[in-house]
Structure formats: C-alpha cells, structure tokens
Design a protein around this ligand. Structure first.
Ligand code: ADP
Ligand code: ZN
Length: 529
C-alpha cells in the first residue's frame, strides 16, 4: 500500500491522476482543494454527483496527518473505506459497528500516523474521549459531509451536528470543510453560523443537472403509467423507483417483475442481507430497477442510473432534488419522472397535521410541502423553478415537460366558484363537511347513499358541475388545493374554503388552471385554448 509521504510531495493534479485515475478536475474542485491545502476553511455547495468527496480526500493526502470525515451515514462507511483502500489509500472508520478491540486498533493506527482518512459519525466525534484522541493525533483537516444536517429548518436536521461547533475551538489550526448537496440560502447561512465557519470561503456550484429531463404527470393508474414510461423510454435501463410505503415498494417490485422488468425491493423492513444483495445487484448488474423508500440511495455511486421515478410525492424540493439527482451522474441523458395526484396532496398534508412535532415543525414541513406542490403545478419551466428554489436564476431549459409541451391553461374561475359555493352550501344547509369524493358526486349530480341520506339532491348546487368531467374536476380540485383556494382538513380530509378563497368568490381574481397533459381527456369541458 501507498504511504502518506508518497502523496505529500505531489500536486493535486498528480494525486488526481495517480491515485484516482482522472485527468482533470471538474467545476470548482481545483479551487476548493487549493483553499484547503493552504489551510483555509471552505463551505462547499455542490449538487449530488458533482464530486464532493475528492474535495477533502485529495487535501487529506497532500496535508500532513489524517483527514477526519464526519458523516451521518454509518451504513456506508465500510464501503467508502473499502473503495479508498482499493486505490491504495489508508482509510478507516470509527463507529458503533466496531468491536472494542477493532476500535482500539484504529485508534492505535491513528496515533501512529498510519491513517490518511478516518470516517466517523458526528455523535462519536463530539465525545470528550474522541476529541481527546484527536488532540493527540495529527489532523490534516476535518470534513463535515451532509452539512445541511445542521439546519433546524432543513428536512434532514440532526441535533448531533450542532455539537460540531466545538471543532472551531478544539482545533483552531485545522482547516475545516463543510459540504452539502442541498442548500437554500437559508441553510447556507446556517452552516456558516452554526458550524462557526464565518471566515470560510464559499464555493457554490451550479445546481443545474442539464442532462436530467424533469417530468411530472398527473397520477391516474400509477403502475401502468410507470410501466409505459419504462417500456417506451428506458427498456433495459437501470433506474430507481421511489414509493412512500414499504408495502407499496414490495407490491410494485413484484408487479414489475410479473411484467418482465427486473425489479428489486429495498426498504428498512427487509433483512439486512437481502438489502445488501439487492444493492450489490443494482450496482454490478445491468438494467436492474430498484424499487425503494427514500432510505435508498444516500451515497450510492452508480453513474449510469438512467431514470428516477416517483410514484408518491416527495415531502420537499430538497428531497426531490436529491433523489432525482441520482440519475445521470455520468452526464448522459436521463429522466426524472413523477406521477402526482390529488391523493398525494391530501395525504401529505394530513400526515403533517396529524404527525408529532411542534407547531413550528409543522409550519416548517408545510412550507416545504407547499414549495414541492408549486413545482408540481407550475405551468412554466420546472428547471427554472427548481433552481430558483436554490437561489439560482436561469432561463427556460427546453428539457422539461413544461418547456417541451407547454400546458394549455383555461379559465377556471366559474368552476372554482361553483366548488366553493358547494362547500359553503353543504356546510350551511346541512351542517356537514365532506371529503373530495362526496363533493364531486354533488357537483356531478351523482346519487349515492349519502346524498340520499343528507338530501343533497335537493340542494341548488346539485349537479352544477356537470359541464366538466370527473377527471377535469379532480385536476381542478388538486390545483385549487395546492393554491390554498380550497383546503382539506381533519382525519377525513374534509374540504373547506381555503385562505385564498375570498377573492375568488368575490370575482376579484380570475383562476387560470393548467389542463392535465396525459392521458388526453375525451370530455369537451370548458377548455378555452
Ligand atoms: P458527490 O459526493 O458530490 O455526490 P462523488 O464525490 O461521489 O459526488 O462523485 C461522483 C462521481 O464522480 C464519482 O464516481 C467520482 O469518482 C466521480 N468524479 C469526481 N470527480 C471527478 C473528476 N474530476 N473526474 C472524473 N470523475 C470524477
Ligand atoms: Zn424547462
């Protein structure tokens, strides 16, 4: 194996080619590495797949001592270490999976200066015992991976990250680098202040992934839609399908297999060995589709994932961006496809409202979800909207569904008013609120047990929505919910006029909605354009 001294007289470029086998740095890598090698701090914002690891790995080899890497992903550490050892780097990890004697051996090697890169979780690092150990060793740098975990407003907050602020005083002369793939301006600021890295230089890469085509289709029969998408565009390609629940992961994987797509389930409820085998097959074999909960993919480095599909709505744009970012790391054309429907919106809002957590937490979760909904419902370029969320301005991309087939919009002011009046009438005249199913039946004048029981067919609003099809109503309702014109509340998701309903009822505003793109609606409806 190589020794640390053989690297320390090299240059970043010589290490890049001799150790990692690459010819040139990408994007900001060279500038970041120079800053750290020179002993400065750095805050690095780079999209998933941008090449963050080399930014601390190369300085760890060039500077004297051990590079300490803080990562929350204990499960990945042994793989990361094995990958480094395979290219001759002396790497190790300290975490709770090690036996005491194994940990002791790592500590000995650290003190003897025989480790180039040492991985550990934040909760381990901040233990007095660990800090003391590191004081006695020679530390080249501290890299804080997934640094957005320090943000209390982020989607991935880990309290242990707050403790990392002690590093500033404990190791004043050791350069620190904080890295993340998900950072809004807010998170960005929080990283600097909470990690006490006010003096650090910031390196912000573009978050654009131009080779990924973003598409969001209205959810109809999601599995059929998925199969059609895979067979038409990604037959035999490797891909990841995200579902919300373990159960839908299992059933979707099986369903795909029965239809000739090699699909493997992956979620936390599976035996660790099964999970490992599925992950290995995904990495090593060609054309495997992994069906997973969000637990899958953190740190997975497979360059040729050709598509990422979402069958359920992610909770935030950060999550969506991170998950879709696992497609096309090799820079070749890839697709991020999602099926999204009324049920997603209602369920996600209900999960937040009924979940544990403080009011502040819920408000925060709602804000994240609303931004995600706005991305789903946008009629302009999705990429522009996505990048704007991360604080970056851009032009319409030409490689997303709204650019490729601009949605037709229609004036839905009157239907919105009809819907709102129906909610008001039902509540006022019958003293009852109802969920979307019953409300649609009233609008469409479709009798059912409950309409008989509550004499809905005697109301003036009975059947006033028959000029639209049920599909058009569902699409309209989804968009009205996303915009806060209608709200779903309580255990049953009963519909009530939302905070934005006033101006609509008074005809102070017009409501422009997008026509759902596929499958094409047969009903004539009220479409204008
Ligand atoms: P991130 O942590 O930012 O998601 P990684 O550090 O895992 O990204 O890098 C993503 C992929 O890009 C890896 O396969 C890595 O080896 C590769 N890579 C990184 N930098 C370069 C480079 N300069 N030239 C070629 N490939 C690179
Ligand atoms: Zn676009």
């Amino acid at each position: 194996t190589a020794s640390a001294t053989s690297f320390s007289d090299g240059t970043p470029l010589s290490v890049l080619s001799q150790v990692f086998g690459y010819d040139e740095f990408r994007g900001e890598q060279a500038a970041i590495i120079d800053q750290i090698v020179a002993g400065g701090d750095a805050v690095v914002l780079m999209p998933t797949g941008g090449g963050k690891s080399l930014c601390y790995q190369i300085p760890s080899l060039l500077r004297e001592g051990t590079g300490v890497v803080v990562s929350p992903l204990i499960a990945l550490m042994s793989d990361q270490v094995a990958a480094l050892e395979a290219v001759g780097i002396r790497a190790a990890f300290l975490n709770s999976t090690l036996e005491p004697h194994e940990a002791q051996a790592v500590e000995q090697r650290l003190l003897a200066g025989e480790i180039d890169l040492l991985y550990m979780a934040p909760e381990r690092l901040v233990l007095p015992r660990t800090l003391d150990l590191l004081q006695r060793a020679r530390i080249a740098l501290v890299a804080i991976d997934e640094a957005h975990c320090v943000s209390q407003w982020g989607h991935d907050f880990r309290p242990d990250y707050l403790g990392l602020s002690v590093l500033a005083d404990a190791f004043p002369d050791v350069p620190r680098v904080a890295l993340t793939a998900t950072a809004t301006r807010e998170t960005h600021r929080e990283i600097s202040t909470r990690l006490r890295m006010e003096e650090a230089e910031h390196f912000v890469s573009s978050f654009d992934r131009p080779n990924i085509q973003y598409r969001i289709d209205p959810k109809d029969r999601p599995r059929d839609q998925l199969l059609r998408f895979i067979s038409a565009e990604h037959d035999g390609d490797a891909g990841i399908v995200y579902c919300m629940s373990r159960k839908s992961v299992d059933t979707t994987a099986q369903w795909l297999n029965e239809r000739g797509v090699t699909a493997l389930p992956y979620h936390a409820g599976l035996d660790a060995r099964v999970r490992h085998t599925h992950q290995e097959r995904f990495l090593r074999e060609e054309g495997i589709v992994i069906v997973a909960t969000i637990a899958f993919g953190m740190g997975i480095d497979k360059p040729d994932v050709r598509f990422v599909a979402h069958l359920d709505l992610p909770k935030s744009i950060e999550g969506y961006y991170q998950e879709t970012g696992r497609a096309g790391r090799d820079g070749l054309p890839s697709t991020a496809w999602m099926a999204y429907g009324l049920g997603d919106l209602v369920n996600q809002r209900r999960f937040i409202d009924q979940g544990d957590g403080s009011d502040q937490f819920k408000r925060n979760a709602r804000t994240h979800l609303d931004a995600m909904l706005a991305l789903c419902e946008t009629v302009t370029c999705r990429r522009v909207q996505l990048l704007r969320y991360f604080g970056q301005d851009s032009e319409a991309c030409g490689n997303c569904d709204t650019c490729l087939t601009p949605p037709t919009t229609w004036d839905a002011t009157v239907p919105a008013q009809k819907l709102l009046s129906t909610l008001i009438r039902l509540d006022r005249e019958r003293g009852q609120k109802f969920g979307s199913g019953q409300v649609l039946d009233v609008l469409l004048g479709r009798a059912n047990d409950r309409s008989t029981q509550f004499r809905h067919d005697e109301l003036s609003v009975w059947g006033i929505g028959q000029d639209l099809s049920e599909k058009q109503w569902r699409s309209a309702l989804r968009q009205l919910l996303a915009r806060g014109i209608v709200e779903a509340e309580g255990d049953y998701g009963v519909l009530v006029p939302g905070p934005e309903s006033g101006p609509v009822l008074r005809s102070d505003v017009t409501v422009e909605l997008a026509e759902d793109r596929s499958p094409p609606s047969q009903s004539s409806g009220r479409s204008r354009s």
